[in-house]
Design a protein around this ligand. Structure first.
Ligand SMILES: [Zn+2]
Length: 129
């Protein structure tokens, strides 16, 4: 894996908890922004919701950190550069989680065009450490 990919790639939606404290992961509460209403929010959401799954282990369900909903928190999605849990859509829709600027810029640069499938070894993706 080259350094260039490391620079460009990142992850989002791996929330810090009392048991889990990876590098660069925020508390979900710090990502909530009810005033975040960019004109292209629907397109950004569609992108997040439509990228291909890279890991599906749907049998593992854990409770949302903010409500009582059960989420498939071990299903992961990627566009080849960024990596996020499938349940990020829940946090965006129901809890007003805002995407980081770098992630938004990336999606806009892609012109909201998400890959239908990606051919990548999931171990190569930028997992939080
Ligand atoms: Zn929730």
């Amino acid at each position: 894996m080259g350094n260039d990919m490391n620079k460009e790639s990142a992850f989002f939606g791996f929330w810090k908890t009392s048991e889990f404290d990876p590098d660069d992961s925020p508390w979900v509460h710090d990502c909530i922004d009810v005033n975040w209403k960019p004109a292209d929010k629907n397109k950004l959401f569609k992108y997040i919701d439509s990228c291909p799954l890279v890991i599906v282990s749907g049998s593992i369900r854990t409770k949302c950190l903010l409500c009582d909903d059960e989420l498939a928190s071990s299903d992961f999605v990627s566009d080849g550069k960024w990596l996020w849990p499938k349940d990020l859509t829940h946090y965006m829709l129901k809890h007003f989680v805002r995407l980081p600027d770098k992630f938004i810029e990336h999606i806009r640069k892609m012109n909201y065009d998400y890959p239908r499938e990606i051919d990548i070894d999931w171990r190569e993706l930028p997992w939080p450490k």
